[in-house]
Ligand binder design. Structure first.
Ligand SMILES: [Cu+2]
Length: 126
């Protein structure tokens, strides 16, 4: 478990433009699971911690609107992709971008940066 966490840290470091300082907060994957954001309209920020919030609870068959604002130039998360879709939207710095998507079936759908969503989160479709 410890070695897995360490490997994850190394991989996430590779996703950054600069190595994080020793005192950097843990990567998103190592943080305790925060309460998932819920709703049809969800505001998402891209910060040094990644996509915040990282867990989004949405409903299958209901149109979802993500309002995404990138607030850091520190990571490679300069676009947002959603697994299993054509969605690949550039995220200009400090501009809110609206992404519309209707999940069709329940399940977990990863979203995140173009580097295989290494920085990203999960859409929990119910
Ligand atoms: Cu990346």
């Amino acid at each position: 478990m410890r070695s897995i966490a360490f490997a994850t840290l190394l991989v996430l470091s590779g996703c950054r433009k600069e190595a994080p300082p020793a005192a950097a907060p843990p990567p998103a994957a190592a943080r305790p699971a925060a309460a998932a954001a819920t709703g049809n309209v969800i505001a998402l920020e891209v910060t040094a911690d990644g996509f915040v919030p990282g867990n989004l609870k949405v409903k299958a068959g209901e149109p979802l609107t993500l309002n995404v604002t990138r607030k850091t130039d520190e990571t490679c998360a300069t676009e947002l992709l959603i697994d299993g879709t054509d969605i690949n939207v550039p995220l200009p710095l400090f501009k809110t971008v609206t992404i519309n998507w209707t999940p069709s079936a329940p399940g977990s759908v990863k979203f995140g940066c173009a580097m295989d969503k290494m920085i990203g989160g999960v859409l929990l479709v119910e």
